[in-house]
Design a protein around this ligand. Structure first.
Ligand code: DOR
Ligand code: ZN
Ligand code: ZN
Length: 441
């Protein structure tokens, strides 16, 4: 077989550990893994670098259609590649939201030709689209996304009968339900109680741990009845995580943590103001520790960014007006690598959480591992290089980060998408294009 490109002398993540191997790429796929030299048209020296399967970010809000001023497929795609992410799964709370098969098809058309990394879609649920979910079940989608608490967009579902039906439809068609777990009744009650407060610190009081726990409990009870697969997005509290641990043995339950809930907490409000306003809210330092422990003991299955950009102008409004959400695509992997450099987690676990497990959790075919015949989605990393997060230098359209000024040890040097060197040390190959992934792997 003719090998197009060989990545030589790197330490490669294969079957759970790192090995000195050369990688051969042919026709966009991994075609060789060898300690011996691989004969190839092009050779790239990766000495001193580690190579992991490209990260799969299972939770992004790339804002198209309808909110392209915050992010679009091109800027979001560049942010992803610069962060070592080769596949993104986009959330449905766009304008209009992705709640019909027709709208999904329209979104697909908008993405094609614009996005530099691979992509897939979560399908939105509402109080009105139950019949449409039956149709969507035959589509190539990551999950049915449910907002149990209000957030950006109007996709809130409070009616328990509707929730019950969504979980049942998911079970009938072997689909995953992904939940944003915050309890709307508690949000409303606490908003009333703290309505005179005008600072972002109120956000943690309103959307407190109990608010997350109540929604997680409801979701677990619903899945207990329906028996469907459940994925709990962005767990933010020790209380929520404890509840998940208690249920995990029953299987078919996965959960995710975001870098901001791992590495920021309510003590950061003073410095960040509304730039630290997101849903679920930041919690306390002990919640950071609990989440880190959850990474350690395997309770947390995946890391995802919840990349949710808003403009600086929007964030500079008063607490109640400012939208919730933070960008995170370019900082996820470097933050995790930095934590590995600080011996807080192992580098193998970083590769599992950011690449391997997202593919397994959502059943993405041919991705999430460096194995023969898998797609050549690869990330070449300098684990020792330090850099400082600077919003102005980021690719995301919003050009700010809640991690502004942080010095991180761990740097994404090259990102390959389907065998194509799409990102190399700050430079993009504009001709690189992603493809829609398949969710049956
Ligand atoms: O902070 C958030 N921002 N949480 C969400 O659930 C939605 C997201 C957004 O789309 O802005
Ligand atoms: Zn959410
Ligand atoms: Zn989200």
């Amino acid at each position: 077989m003719k090998i197009d490109c060989a990545l030589e002398n790197g330490r490669v993540f294969v079957s759970g550990s790192f090995m000195d191997l050369n990688i051969g790429i042919a026709d966009g796929k991994i075609a060789g893994l060898s300690k011996l030299q691989i004969d190839a048209a092009q050779k790239i020296d990766c000495k001193g670098k580690i190579i992991i399967p490209g990260c799969i970010d299972a939770h992004v809000h790339f804002r198209v259609p309808g909110m392209g001023h915050k992010e679009d497929w091109n800027s979001g795609g560049r942010a992803a590649l610069a962060g070592g992410i080769t596949t993104v799964l986009d959330m449905p709370n766009t304008k209009p939201p992705t709640t019909t098969v027709e709208l999904l098809e329209e979104k697909r058309k908008l993405v094609q030709g614009d996005l530099l990394c691979n992509f897939g879609f979560h399908f939105g649920t509402t109080t009105e689209n139950l019949a449409e979910l039956e149709n969507a079940a035959n589509e190539n989608i990551a999950s049915f996304k449910v907002f149990m608490g209000s957030s950006t967009g109007n996709m809130l579902i409070e009616d328990e009968n509707v929730l019950q039906k969504i979980f049942q439809i998911a079970k009938a068609h072997n689909k995953i339900v992904s939940v944003h777990a915050e309890d709307e009744a508690i949000i409303k009650q606490n908003s009333e109680q703290y309505k005179s407060e005008n600072s972002v610190a109120a956000h943690t009081k309103i959307r407190n741990s109990g608010c997350e726990l109540a929604a997680i409990e409801k979701a677990l009870a619903l899945r207990g009845e329906a028996g469907n697969k459940l994925h709990i997005c962005h767990v933010s509290s020790s209380a929520g995580l404890e509840r998940i641990i208690a249920e995990k043995r029953a299987g078919n339950l996965t959960c995710e943590a975001t870098p901001h809930h791992l590495f920021l907490n309510d003590a950061d409000y003073g410095k960040l103001g509304n730039f630290a306003k997101m849903n679920p809210s930041l919690k306390g330092a002990q919640d950071n520790s609990a989440l880190l422990h959850g990474i350690f003991d395997g309770t947390i299955d995946i890391i995802a960014t919840d990349h949710a950009p808003h403009t600086k102008e929007e964030k500079q409004k008063g607490y109640w007006e400012a939208p919730s959400g933070v960008p995170g695509a370019e900082t996820m992997l470097p933050l995790m690598l930095n934590a590995a450099n600080e011996n807080r987690i192992s580098i193998e676990r970083v590769a599992e959480l950011c690449s391997e497990m997202p593919a397994k959790t959502f059943g993405i075919k041919g991705k999430g591992a460096i194995e023969i015949s898998y797609d050549a989605d690869l990330c070449v990393i300098d684990t020792k290089k330090e850099w400082v997060v600077n919003g102005d230098a980021l690719q995301t359209k919003c050009r700010w980060s809640p991690f502004e000024g942080m010095k991180l040890k761990g740097f994404v040097e090259k990102t390959f998408v389907n065998g194509h060197l799409a990102y190399d040390n700050g430079n993009f190959d504009g001709s690189a294009r992603g493809r829609e992934v398949n969710f049956n792997g």
